[in-house]
Structures are given as structure tokens and as C-alpha cells.
Design a protein. Structure first.
Length: 585
């Protein structure tokens, strides 16, 4: 699409969308470098892509459409097949009689318009759109999992069914390499990636196979497959993961990777024999996701400052606690990413290695050959590390080596399974640590849970009714909680002094097509950050209880996980239901 730089410059000056001096500078740069003025404006972030495209549409005298939040009927969408839509950035979005409206990035692409005109026999009305719109709508081609599976399953059932009855083991590899089975597995993986699932569960029952995806921490039924395809699907996954095809009695673990232009996903595979066959669980690890920060994960205000201060210390221990699936490993990797510079040597002992990180020496635990956390950590200390990450403190030996490493000039990062930050200290003493050693080495303890974020497209404001207030009262100390919200720096201006619970605004989402009527999209953390100061050190050396340590920490200004959750609920990031779901013990 060619719009002369001079023409675009004149329209920009008339519209006053960009300051005059900046337009002049960008124009000079474009002319000098023989580039398009629009590209320079986008590079220098002087204008948003959608605003620039609207201006192009105005100059060319054609309509502009924003399809980001629009669901196009499948019969209309399929008029332009997916490969053509992706290759030529053109989408069909509306049909009236003999007229077909298409959204394009380049409405001057006469060849593509002619091709679609000949193919459909319709009159084509081109409209201009943005790259974001094209990418969002292309996803709609892949939304219906069941539609895509229909033919493949019936074909595959015929091919695999008879062989399964005969139990022809030697044919497993042949079936696994057959086109229908490959398509089934590829489609399952593709849709899991598309829906941002964290896990895929393939669960055999007596007569069928249930496929479930874990999305934002909750399992959802994806679909049901006929039992005949199970052996082929499991064999295909074993081939991808380089596992033994003929082993059906013992659990197996493996991994494989899928790399495409816009993503790089690593799959961690666990296969477990159960009564009705072999159950497969695959954990999806997005290796292409960059730029995750503690702020984006949900750490805010004073707790964030404490964490940044403590992870910059040259020695001591940083502990992250919480149950399985609470995001501890992600927090550890994010911290390592922050402190990963060329001046330090970072080494890890993990089980398993979840994400591959550049410039970090990662060691995989293998207890079968004697490579335990303790053995790995002991060897690692001879590798001249500055920062050590131990995946998890599980036993006395690992804990003692980690504590001594923290005491002798290393920064040690690790995780522990406890319900609260204060609970981590008595837990270390239970494992067998010396109180004085814990008091002098632990710098900070971060406890966390993951809550689902409210969908921004269907969020609504509401006030608590009597029933909801009673639920909160049954679970928490509501007077202390309200007092905390009033004083919170993050909620300045949102809650007035001496407010009642009825005056506090909370949020929920109705559910819409953008969040699959769930009301939630994505996840964030709620945290409590316990900094070890002199007061807490004294209590540790006295082997004080969890409750005593927590009360002292709160006196010193620590916000509990529940308080942090309620701050986020008042901000509109999550709902009270989510806070209750993850903090009920």
C-alpha cells in the first residue's frame, strides 16, 4: 500500500494527531532513509497502529474496521480459507446478498481481491484493518475443536479399532505414525496452545477417553474421544517424547518441544498406567514468553520494594512458599532473570528443569543414579557459584547444605511447601535446622497463591449484600480487614475514612465470548512478604510458633495474603470469590 510521505505528512499536520515538530523530524528521517513515513511514526511510537490505519483509510477513501472484539459467523469466515487469510492478511467478515466485505492490511492488493472474487463469485468490498485485528480473527478459524476432529476420529477409529481388539503390539508404531493419529495429537496440542492451557490431561475410561485442559488453574473438558484411538494417541506421544513404546506397566517421563514462528513451547510428559489404560498429563511451558516481571505477576507497593532489596544482597536465603501449582517456580525464574548479569555465576539444581534460561547452569536431579538435591548441591558448591537456586528443600541434608551455603557468601533461592510465610520458619526447624542458623541466614520469605484475573471486557462494579458480607465475616476478621483497606497506599482515593463495607466497591465479570463465558482471563499472584528483621530473628531463636511470628510481622507492617487479595479485589483485578477459593485452608 503506497501513500506518499508528503500526502501523509499534510494529513497529519491538518489532524494535529502528532505535534508539528515531531512530524517534520519523522518526515526528514523517512525521506533521507527512503522509508515510509508511517513506519517511522510507528517505530518512534508517535502514533498507535490503529490510529495510523484509520488515517490511511480516510486518505484512501475506504472504510476502516476494527475486528478485535468481533465474532464472525463460521460460514462467513470460511469463505476465505485459513491458509489464504494468513498468507495474504485478508478476512471475510460480512455478507449481504451478493456483496462480501473483506478486511485487509493492503486494500490495493488487486490480485488477491480478484482471486477471491473468482473463487466466490461475489462482489468484493475491501475495508482496511489493523494487524491486531487480523491476528485475533485468524484464531477464530481454530476455535472449534470438535468441528476439526469430526472426520479424523471416524477415520482413525476404523483404522485402529480392529487392531486394538487383536492386541497387535507390533503395529503400534505404524498406527502412531499414521496420518489420522498424527492429526489428532497435533490438533490437541494446537488447541491447548491456542487456549493458553497450562496442562493437557488425557484420561482413559471404560468406553471413552476424556481430554481436559487446565486453563487459568481450572480444569475444563475439551472433548471426548472413542476408546479405540487411545493406544495410537499414547504411542504418538511416546514417540514425540522418546519413550519406550512397548512399556505399559511402569510410569514414564519425557519431554518434547514445538517451535513455530510466533511461539516456542516445551511439553513435559508424564505417563501413568491406570486401570483403563495409560493416563497422559502434559505440562506446557512457554519458552518464548519474555519480559515477565514481579510487577506483572502481582507484587506491588512495599512488598515489591522489600523483594527487590533482598534479592540484590550478596548472601543469605530467599524462600518462596505455597502449595503445588501456586506459581513458586515462575517467581523463582523471574527473580533469577532480574539478577542474571554477566558479573555473576548462577547455578541451579532442579527436578525437573522447567524452563531453559540463557547463561544459567541448570542441573537436573536424577535420584535413580544417586543425583539427589543434596548431592547436586554439594557438587555445585565446588563450581564457584555466586547465586544458587535449589528447586525445593525436601529433606534435612539439602536444607543444611543450603543454609551453610547462604551463610558462606552465596545467595540461595529455594521453595518450601507451607501455607504461609511465617509457617516456613517453624517448618525449617521441624526438618532439623538450628534456630540460630535460620535466624542469621534467611533474608525474606514470600508466600503466594494464584488467583484468576477478571475479564476486562465484561467487568461490572457492585457492592456487597448481606449474604456476601456474612461469608466474609465467617472467614476473616472484617473490622481489621476494612481498617487495612482504608490505610492501603494502593487504594488511596478509592476508600474514604470511616467507610462501611457497603461503601466499598468490588468487581465481578458476567462472562462474554472473549473469556469463553468464564468471567476470567489470565492469572496473577497474591502475596505475603515476610522480611526477617531483629524482632523476627529473636522469635526464631526462641523457636516461636507460626502464630507468634505472624503477629509480630503484622505489627511490623506485613500485609497478609488475604489483605493483598482484597486490595486487588477493590482495584478490580480479581474477585472476592477467587480470594476465598485459594485462601481457604
Amino acid at each position: 500500500m503506497r501513500i506518499a510521505n508528503k500526502q501523509l505528512k499534510e494529513f497529519l499536520l491538518d489532524s494535529e494527531m502528532v505535534p508539528k515538530e515531531k512530524v517534520e523530524k519523522a518526515f526528514e528521517k523517512a525521506e533521507k532513509g527512503k522509508k515510509q513515513l508511517g513506519s517511522i511514526l510507528l517505530e518512534e511510537k508517535l502514533i498507535k497502529e490503529i490510529e495510523l490505519r484509520k488515517l490511511y483509510a480516510y486518505i484512501l477513501g475506504i472504510p476502516f474496521v476494527d475486528l478485535k472484539k468481533q465474532t464472525i459467523p463460521p460460514d462467513i469466515l470460511q469463505i476465505v480459507p485459513q491458509p489464504i487469510a494468513k498468507k495474504y492478511n485478508i478476512l471475510a467478515f460480512e455478507k449481504t446478498g451478493n456483496d462480501l466485505k473483506v478486511a485487509m492490511l493492503n486494500p490495493e492488493d488487486i490480485q488477491t481481491i480478484d482471486f477471491i472474487k473468482k473463487k466466490t463469485g461475489l462482489r468484493i468490498i475491501p475495508c482496511l484493518t489493523s494487524k491486531e485485528s487480523i491476528l485475533e480473527v485468524v484464531k477464530q478459524y481454530e476455535k472449534s475443536l470438535k468441528a476439526e476432529f469430526g472426520d479424523i476420529i471416524s477415520k482413525s477409529s476404523k483404522e485402529v479399532g480392529d487392531k486394538d481388539d487383536e492386541g497387535a503390539g507390533e503395529d503400534l508404531e505404524k498406527v502412531a505414525q499414521g496420518l489420522p493419529i498424527i492429526k489428532i495429537v497435533d490438533t490437541l496440542l494446537k488447541h491447548a496452545i491456542l487456549q493458553s492451557a497450562s496442562d493437557i490431561h488425557i484420561e482413559p475410561a471404560e468406553k471413552e477417553v476424556r481430554i481436559r485442559y487446565r486453563i487459568d488453574g481450572i480444569l475444563h473438558d475439551a472433548m471426548t474421544l472413542p476408546k479405540q484411538v487411545l493406544s495410537g494417541v499414547v504411542a504418538r506421544i511416546k514417540i514425540l517424547s522418546n519413550l519406550k513404546l512397548d512399556e505399559h506397566r511402569l510410569p514414564q517421563d519425557g519431554r518434547f518441544k514445538i517451535e513455530k514462528d510466533n511461539y516456542k513451547i516445551s511439553f513435559r510428559v508424564s505417563i501413568l498406567p491406570i486401570f483403563d489404560g495409560e493416563k497422559v498429563v502434559m505440562r506446557l511451558l512457554d519458552e518464548s514468553s519474555k519480559g515477565l516481571t514481579l510487577e506483572k505477576m502481582g507484587l506491588i507497593g512495599k512488598p515489591l520494594e522489600i523483594v527487590h532489596l533482598q534479592i540484590k544482597k550478596p548472601n543469605g536465603m530467599v524462600l518462596i512458599t505455597g502449595p503445588t501449582g501456586s506459581g513458586k517456580t515462575t517467581t523463582l525464574y523471574t527473580i533469577m532473570d532480574i539478577i542474571n548479569t554477566s558479573e555473576v555465576n548462577i547455578s541451579t539444581v532442579e527436578d525437573p528443569v522447567e524452563y531453559r534460561m540463557p547463561h544459567i547452569n541448570q542441573t537436573q536431579v536424577n535420584p535413580k543414579i544417586g543425583m539427589t538435591f543434596a548431592a547436586g548441591l554439594r557438587s555445585l558448591l565446588r563450581q564457584d557459584p555466586d547465586i544458587i537456586m535449589v528447586g525445593e528443600i525436601r529433606d534435612k541434608e539439602t536444607m543444611e547444605i543450603a543454609l551453610h551455603a547462604a551463610m558462606t557468601g552465596h545467595l540461595v533461592l529455594s521453595t518450601l511447601h507451607t501455607n504461609s510465610a511465617a509457617g516456613a520458619l517453624p517448618r525449617l526447624l521441624d526438618i532439623g535446622a538450628e534456630p540460630f542458623l535460620v535466624a542469621s541466614t534467611v533474608n525474606v520469605i514470600i508466600a503466594q497463591r494464584l488467583v484468576r484475573r477478571l475479564c476486562p471486557d465484561c467487568i461490572t462494579e457492585y457492592s456487597l449484600d448481606t449474604k456476601e458480607l456474612k461469608t466474609i465475616e465467617d472467614n476473616f476478621n472484617i473490622n481489621e480487614l476494612l481498617e487495612f483497606l482504608e490505610k492501603s497506599e494502593e487504594l488511596k482515593g478509592k476508600i474514604k475514612a470511616n467507610a462501611k463495607w457497603g461503601d466499598v466497591k468490588f468487581y465481578r465479570s458476567r462472562g462474554c465470548e472473549h473469556c469463553n463465558n468464564e468471567g476470567y482471563h489470565g492469572r496473577m499472584g497474591i502475596y505475603e512478604v515476610l522480611e526477617i528483621n531483629e524482632d523476627i530473628e529473636k522469635l526464631i531463636t526462641q523457636a516461636a510458633s507460626t502464630e507468634t511470628i505472624e503477629n509480630k510481622a503484622r505489627e511490623n507492617g506485613m500485609a497478609t495474603m488475604i489483605e493483598d487479595g482484597f486490595v486487588k479485589a477493590v482495584q478490580g483485578s480479581t474477585s472476592i470469590e477467587e480470594i476465598l477459593r485459594v485462601t481457604k485452608e
